[in-house]
Ligand binder design. Structure first.
Ligand code: TNX
Length: 478
């Protein structure tokens, strides 16, 4: 399967000479704006390999040397076909996002001199939702650093960037109707480190950069716990009317909203309406995790208010697994993370129409240490070596949950201990590639021994991009 990660559904050797990027290489495409955007991305990616700029052309027929991008209506959403021959390359997909998946496969097949073996690839994802959740609240991640992570996600065919934008330690997105959130609560971060926030323009820029790479952004405003940044900015959210103190530690579960305060519902309505308005995607994440200081009724009322605000703004609701205990409606997504929970509540939620995104702490939490000697990261869900991030089956995590209820897989990275891009990618790489394969490749086509051989050459690209990565002893790195 050459070195393609995630492993494609099928790859056939055609024999004969490889394609070589050279002076006659162009990217040819029909003149639709969304296709031209993919073509420009293709020209940029291919041009970087050989260091020479590649022209984009509108061309109706096959020209020698061309990498041709074509819309093929017989394919599903993100499926693609890639055909590489000595004199031409063709990528076909139903939509631009499918063309991006094919382009990435082409890029991974290319050696450092721009040669690509003659192959035919036919490929499609197992799960429609293949995500990475990033905590930009404990430590802020700047726009350029986040773009690097988005490009990496796209390289592994992930399609959902879930941004954990708010927590006790900081509020990272400007919200028009509640400007004090970023004015008073964005400068802080864990350990007194530098904070930051995304302006509306920054955010739109990130959304567009991600969209061009086939990645949707799902914003998370975490309520009704993990809210100290909000209660620090707006005293009216607290029973005594006074702002809480800034918080820069790493405890969880102490902060909370109050269902009976008059300011609470208007706050939720306004914040979720504004965030929804900045979101072209279908989903807004309401958090809902780890509220340790509230009775169940109040929790359910507050989650209900947040969910209602999201729906009133025209979006669908996703929340951490705890929301399965509050009202779920058909179409609600529940994000599983903690296997210590009782499966019965999830099975009941699925019966009520909820669907599941799988982020099991012991496999997909990429802020866990690789082993006891890892300098960065936490350990509450155990150590996660590369094989642990790879060897798990998303539909077998919850007893009694029907396989059809599982619609996605999401890695998560929490940043209590991760202060910069190098730290972030050292935890992501190589494990992000492993989780991406769990999400993309059919269960019958997956094996760790095969994966470890394919991923071995990927470190060359990570090095080339100057990224930090972990040289897992489970791989013979090339
Ligand atoms: C649990 S997972 C959390 C986060 C922490 C993380 C650290 C979840 C929904 N909540 O608040 O940052 O563990 O690994």
């Amino acid at each position: 399967m050459h070195a393609v990660v995630p492993r494609p559904a099928s790859l056939e050797e055609l024999g004969g000479e490889p394609y070589r990027v050279g002076p006659d290489t162009t990217v040819d495409v029909d003149g639709r704006p969304d296709l031209v955007q993919v073509a420009v991305l293709a020209a940029d990616l291919i041009g970087r390999v050989t260091g020479s700029p590649i022209p984009v052309r509108h061309a109706g027929r096959d020209e020698p040397g061309a990498v041709r991008l074509t819309i093929a209506d017989d394919l599903d959403d993100e499926a693609y076909r890639l055909t590489v021959r000595a004199r031409r390359v063709q990528i076909e997909a139903a939509r631009p996002s499918g063309l991006v998946r094919g382009l990435v496969t082409l890029r991974q097949l290319m050696d450092d001199d721009g040669a690509v073996p003659a192959v035919r690839v036919a490929d499609r994802p197992r799960f429609a939702w293949r995500g990475l959740s990033i905590d930009v609240a404990r430590h802020f991640v700047t726009v350029p650093d986040l773009k690097t992570v988005i490009a990496l996600m796209s390289h592994y065919k992930l399609n959902v960037l879930h941004l954990h934008l708010t927590d006790d330690q900081g509020w990272r997105l400007h919200v028009r109707s509640r400007p004090e959130l970023t004015r008073r609560s964005s400068a802080s971060a864990v350990g007194g480190d530098r904070g930051g926030f995304y302006s509306a323009d920054d955010y739109a820029d990130l959304v567009a950069y991600a969209a061009a790479r086939g990645v949707r952004v799902v914003p998370e405003i975490d309520v009704p716990g993990h809210v100290n940044a909000a209660t620090h900015a707006y005293g009216e959210l607290n029973p005594d009317g006074r702002p809480t103190d800034e918080y820069t530690g790493i405890e969880v579960g102490f902060s909370r909203l109050h269902a009976d305060l008059p300011a609470t519902r208007p706050f939720l309505d306004a914040v979720f309406a504004d965030v929804a308005a900045m979101t072209p995607g279908e989903y807004v994440h309401i958090g809902g995790d780890e509220v340790l200081t509230m009775d169940h009724d109040e929790y359910a009322r507050l989650v209900g208010m947040a969910a209602a605000a999201v729906r009133a703004a025209g979006k669908k609701v996703i929340g951490w697994q705890e929301i399965a205990h509050a009202a779920v409606e058909p179409g609600t997504l529940v994000q599983f993370w903690d296997p210590r929970a009782d499966p019965a509540a999830f099975v009941a939620a699925a019966r009520a129409g909820a669907r599941f995104i799988m982020s099991p702490g012991s496999h997909a939490y990429l802020d866990m240490k690789y082993d006891a000697s890892t300098a960065l990261g936490l350990e509450w869900a155990g150590h996660i070596e590369l094989r642990d991030a790879y060897d798990w089956e998303p539909t077998a995590l919850i007893d009694g949950l029907p396989a059809e209820a599982v619609v996605g897989v999401e890695a998560a990275i929490w940043t209590e201990t991760l202060r910069d891009l190098r730290a972030l990618t050292t935890m992501l790489l190589p494990r992000l590639a492993a989780v991406a394969e769990v999400a993309w490749t059919g269960a019958a086509d997956r094996s760790f021994d095969d994966f470890r051989e394919r991923v071995a050459s990927h470190a060359r690209l990570w090095e080339r991009l100057g990224l930090g990565w972990y040289a897992s002893p489970q791989v013979d790195w090339q």
